[in-house]
Every structure is written in C-alpha cells, then in structure tokens.
Ligand binder design. Structure first.
Ligand code: HEM
Length: 523
C-alpha cells in the first residue's frame, strides 16, 4: 500500500475535504520523518551512557578545579562519581579509572583496543614524533621495537652480561658518598647520577660524568636537566587541551622541551659519533649501543631502526628508566628513615645475607626478602607513575557499562587503587610485612589489578627485569655500606609533588657513616 493509497483511505473516512487532506498529508509526512530520524538515532545511539562526572565551565571544562596534586584530586572525584568517571578538559574528554575491575577491562579484556598512547605535545617533541616505545601508538613499528628491546636487549642473558657495568656505576656512587662521610648528603641527586651512570655504562661503556667533565654535565646540572625533561613530559599544557592553539605554545612548554632535548641530544650524538668513528678505525665494542647502531645499518625491515628510533629508545632507557628507579629508591630510603624499627630489620637482614666484610652483589638480592617487601610497599604507597602513561582507545567501546568514545584520554589512577581501604588493610600505613605473606604472590607484572606499580597488559613497563634488579641493587648497596641519619634538628618530609613521575616534594638529605668493617672496600 503506497503513501497516497493511505491518504485516500483517510479521505474516504473523513470525506473529500481537500484542505484537510493536505493537512493530513503534511502531518503524516512530519510524523514519519520524526520517527525515521528517531529510529536512525536509535541505531547510532551508544548502547551505554557516558560515565558520570563533574560539570565544568563552558569551553575550559573542569581544568580550573583540578589543582596541582592531580592524583589526589582524581581520587577524591572517584569517591563522588565512582571508579569510572569522565572529565572534560578543554576540548579533550578524559576518563579516569580507579578500580581493579575497570582496570581489568582496559588492560586485559580490551587491551588491544586501549593500547594506543595519548602522547602530549612535549612527549612528541622528545621522541621525534612518537618514535620511542613509551609514547608510540600500538602499531607495527612499536611492536618491532618493543620485541627487540624486551627479547634481545633485556633478555636475562643480556642483563646478566652487563652486571659488571652496573656494579661500576653503583660503586662510583658509594665512593662519592664515602667522600662525604659525616656531611649532609643530597641523596636524591647522588642516586640519580649513580643510576644514570650505571645505565650509560651498560649502554655504551662510557660514564656520563667522566665523559663530559669539560661540559656543563655535572651532578646538579644533570639532575636539573633530567628534572626539566620529566616535568615538561607530564605538565598540564594548554596546547594539549586546545590543539588548535598549539602553534601559540602559550606556556612555552614546546620551546623549553626543544631546548632541553638539544642538550640531551648532544650527549647521545657524542656517544653515537664516537662509536661510528671507532667503527671506521676497526675497534667497535659489542654493547647495547652497538646493537642498536647495527639495527640502524640493517636492510631487513623486520628489524631495522631509523636513527630517530635509536635515539628515542636511548632516551626511554637513560631518562625514563633512571628517573623512575632513582625516585623509588629515594622514597624507600625516606620511608626507612621515618621507620627506624623497619630500618633495623633491613640492616639485620643485610648483615646476615651479605655480611659487614663484603659489598652487596646482585647474587645476594634473591635472599633479601624483607628489603624486597620494603620496596614493594614503597611502590604501593608512592607509585612512580601514579596515573601510568595515558592510553587512548582506537575505537568507541565500553567499560563497566559506560561508553568510552574513540580517542578519549584514559588515566588509570594506580595511586588511588593502591590506597583503597576496600582492597588494603590500613592502606595509608607503611607495613612491608603485608608483602611477606607467602599465600599472596605479589609481583610487579601487573597480574593482580590491585597492585600495578609497573602498569599491566601489553603496555606494561618494558624495562621491568632491569628495573627490578637496579632498584634492589642500588637500595641494598646504599643501605649496607652506610648508616644513615637525619641531619640534627631536621625531620623527614614525606609530601609528594605530582608529575608524570611522583617525586618527593623535598629531596632527601641524610648524613652517612660507613658500616663496613674494612674501609678499603670503599676505595
Ligand atoms: C622502578 C623503576 C620503574 C618503574 C616504577 C617503571 C614504571 C613504568 C610504568 C608504570 C610504565 C607504564 C605502564 C603502563 O602504562 O601500563 C612504564 C613504561 C615503560 N617503562 Fe618503566 N619503570 C621503571 C623502570 C624502567 C626502566 C629501567 C626502563 C628501561 C630500561 C623502563 C622502560 C619503560 C618503557 C620503554 C616503557 C613504555 C612501555 C610501552 O609503552 O610499551 N622502565 N614504566
């Protein structure tokens, strides 16, 4: 039956009144269009609502209300809006997740959908446009780099083979502290320099401090340079919330990032150029830098890397890997100084396992169960990356009954999960014993969604096996070699300062006294 036959039917019923017929036709047409559009909208409408969330201001959204401690502000909002909530920040839609169930959906059930990163303007400059592992999208180039890094460069055999380099770096740090016996030492700085040095020795056999003696790369400057880099990676930037304004670089983040990257690039270029020249002279070393440079020369697309990829990966390792490790080691030492009875237990374990007549070796680490629990508890209370590295879904999907539109910035609030009273007994207390329970198999791999200091899923920390060793080795060595005391009249400050890496607001300063029985060991 056609539309006009239906109209005829109406006319027959209501008489042959032409104006009425026309009016009816208009009415039916309007009605049909209304329903057709309703049905069409019905098909397009997402099956689930968007997550709840606070209302912000027009245009800028919730940006002015977040304050400086973003991880804490987001934890507070989760207590009002639930474990999956949304925020509009400028033109950007953000979804914040703070429960193990929601995390599981993102990093396990829908890991492939959520595997892209949401790189900031600063991160894209630092990585030559996302050519590293940490900020690259989930694409074949990322898969190739991650596979080479995890399976070749950080295989157990490769890590074991570089132990002497890590040891040289840590021993250099110990000598430096020994030279300051009885003085107030900025542990934050010494730890960072020690770890950067260990990693640089591992990568290309050099020493960041010794190789750059004549330049501005000294301990304090190195720390300042890396701090600037890490700050710019994670700082709130108008260009990220209003991409149309990015060309104005209103806060100067892009300009500052280009400046600090030029300094870092000059260090990397020096190491690369020296190696290339050494190659011409026929004296190439076999180390991680050489492995990467060989991949840069390779013709095989399955393994070849561009020079930007090589340098971006070196930055991930030299800066990303060391700043996190130094930060967590500093937090652990601070917690121990605040809890002398726990520190005493650590010393007893070290005396028993290592002995006061020896330095710590990596072979001792598996026996240091209590120290391992101290580190795990430190990661719980002060996760180095409190919101992990933001992810971005490649398609519209759903989590815990809410629609998550394609391209949303996903923040996983690990800091909030680690302090959730429904998941942890006395969550704000420092109690390493909770990680000694043999029934609970806590590890760093992100298999238990209540505990994610290294993330989880296919974007879990790629440097985990090296990080586990370096953090334990540095912490055990600095503790075993010295008795640490808070400078007279001072107290240990434990407040946090938010950034992509969660640091101590006040760097740790303490006074070392040698513990070992033979002072020759410090030489
Ligand atoms: C205590 C030390 C460290 C901590 C706490 C840490 C933590 C993390 C976290 C939380 C992520 C993000 C995971 C996610 O988004 O799910 C990450 C990513 C990453 N980490 Fe670490 N990390 C540490 C040390 C290292 C080291 C030593 C290296 C290199 C040797 C490294 C290399 C990386 C890389 C390349 C990524 C990016 C992975 C990807 O996006 O596929 N990290 N790390």
């Amino acid at each position: 039956m056609s539309f006009f036959q239906i109209l005829d039917g109406f006319a027959a019923t209501w008489g042959s009144n032409k104006p009425l017929q026309a009016l009816t036709a208009v009415f039916i047409a309007a009605f049909s269009i209304f329903f057709a559009s309703k049905i069409a909208r019905g098909f397009r409408k997402p099956p689930f609502p968007l997550p709840p969330g606070p209302r912000g201001l027009p245009i800028i959204g919730y940006l002015p209300f977040l304050g400086t401690d973003l991880h804490v502000a987001l934890a507070n909002l989760a207590s009002s809006y639930g474990p999956v909530f949304k925020l509009r920040l400028g033109t950007k839609l953000c979804v914040v997740v703070s429960s193990p169930a929601a995390v599981k959906e993102i990093v396990r059930d829908k890991d492939a959908i959520f595997a892209n990163r949401d790189a900031s303007v600063g991160a894209l400059i630092a990585t030559y446009g996302g050519h590293d592992i940490a900020f690259a999208d989930y694409d074949p180039e990322w898969r190739k780099m991650r596979k080479l890094f995890v399976q070749e460069m950080l295989s157990k055999a490769s890590i074991d083979a570089c132990y002497d380099k890590r040891r040289e770096g840590v021993r250099m740090g110990i000598r430096e502290v020994y030279g300051k016996t009885g003085e107030a030492v900025n542990i934050s700085q010494i730890l960072l320099v020690t770890l950067v040095d260990s990693v640089v020795r591992t990568l290309w056999g050099g020493s960041i401090l010794e190789d750059h003696k004549d330049s501005s790369v000294k301990g304090p400057e190195l720390k300042q340079m890396l701090n600037e880099f890490i700050t710019l990676l994670g700082c709130p930037n108008i260009s990220d919330f209003f991409p149309a304004l990015a060309w104005l670089d209103l806060q100067g983040v892009a300009r500052r990032m280009r400046k600090v990257c030029a300094q870092i690039d000059s260090i990397l270029d020096k190491a690369i150029n020296e190696r290339t020249t050494a190659g011409v002279n026929g004296s190439r070393r076999r180390d991680m830098l050489q492995y990467l440079l060989d991949l840069n020369d390779s013709e095989d697309p399955a393994s070849s890397l561009s020079m930007n990829q090589v340098k971006a990966l070196l930055k991930d390792i030299v800066i990303g890997g060391t700043d996190t490790t130094a930060t967590i080691t500093e937090w652990a030492l601070s917690k121990l100084l605040k809890h002398p009875e726990t520190l005493e237990q650590v010393y007893q374990e070290l005396n028993q396992v290592v002995g006061l007549d020896s330095m710590v070796e990596e072979s001792h680490l598996p026996q240091l169960h209590y120290l391992n629990a101290v580190l795990k508890e430190t990661h719980r209370l002060h996760p180095a990356l409190p919101l992990l590295v933001p992810r971005r879904p490649s398609q519209t999907t759903d989590v815990c009954g809410y629609t998550i539109p394609q391209g949303t910035k996903i923040l996983i609030n690990v800091w909030a999960i680690h302090r959730d009273a429904q998941l942890w007994d006395m969550p704000s207390e420092f109690r390493p014993e909770r990680f000694l329970d043999p029934a609970a198999k806590w590890d760093y791999a992100g298999n238990d969604f209540r505990y994610l200091p290294f993330g989880s899923g296919r974007r879990v920390c790629a440097g985990l096996p090296l990080a586990e060793r370096m953090q334990m080795y540095a912490l055990a060595s600095f503790l075993h070699c010295f008795k640490w005391e808070v400078p007279k009249g001072e107290e240990i400050e434990l407040s946090e300062t938010f950034g992509i890496v969660l640091k101590k607001a006040v760097p740790l300063v303490a006074v070392p006294t040698p513990r070992l029985s033979d002072l020759k060991l410090y030489a």
